[in-house]
Design a protein around this ligand. Sequence first.
Ligand SMILES: O=C(O)CCC(=O)C(=O)O
Ligand SMILES: [Fe+2]
Length: 306
Amino acid sequence: MGAAMINPDFAISDEDVESFREHGFLKLKGIFSQELVEHMRSLSGSQVTSPTDNYGAGFSKLKYDIGNDDPTILSLMGDPAFSAAMKQLTGAQLFFTQGLGFELEKNKSTGFPWHVGTQSFGFQRREDLGFTIWTPLTEIRAEEQAGGMKYVSKNVFSGEFVYQHINMLPGFMRNEIAAGKEIGYDDFHKLKNNLLNSPEIKPLLDFSAVEDDFEPGDALIFDKYVLHRSVPLGEGPISSRLAYALRFSSIDARWDESRVEALAFPRVTFDYNVGSDFNEVVGKADGDRVYESPHFDGTREARTLA
Ligand SMILES: O=C(O)CCC(=O)C(=O)O
Ligand SMILES: [Fe+2]
């Protein structure tokens, strides 16, 4: 693929930086070239598969680890204009960890309810920085067919506590099971999701949320504390909505053994399988620097943002 990754006239203003730091998210208008969008579309379209397990059942298709080592995606990381924009926004030294694809089917898929990236940032400590660039690969008209996302400013309500909540679950459930209670997937699902999606809290978050329109080439950057959810694709001309997400982590992030173990519990106990071993393979001992993991030998430089 040629040089054009991000559009030559894309620029981050001081107001953008200020807004991103305050709210934790920012719409990146016209950031990606149509060639790159097309590449993301073909990556996601060919590799995104139907969820085989309880995890991701709200999507017609969902897959982790798409394009993790793809040369075009890695060349985006090497694009000086892209690194400069990311540095300006986040103030951090980042590396690309993982790509994911999501597909919503019209009038059918619910996607993810309100959540934060406890899975995608499950390898690192709660306080380590993490960012997502989410790129819808069809146009999104929030007031018409929708199919985008809703998100809440972290200044209004930060989702950092959700990273604590998820780690409380295994110990509690093991204790319940030891006490003779029957705990199944439904109980786990409620325990995990009702924190943010109960009949009382969901309308509150919906009321406080932002929902943008997107053209192909637009993307959304958000940090790992931003509460967000999928918005179903309603009636209209588009039959399905694909989106490609890029995850980034700080080069200082450290592998968190207890977090990785906590995520393993529902996977083995309730068939809650995300279909990715990423969190397990990027560290070995608690406190290891993820960036130094042998898993990235050979691609470390290519996935690092200057
Ligand atoms: O595409 C979607 O509907 C969900 C995306 C999402 O939750 C994410 O990228 O973290
Ligand atoms: Fe998410």
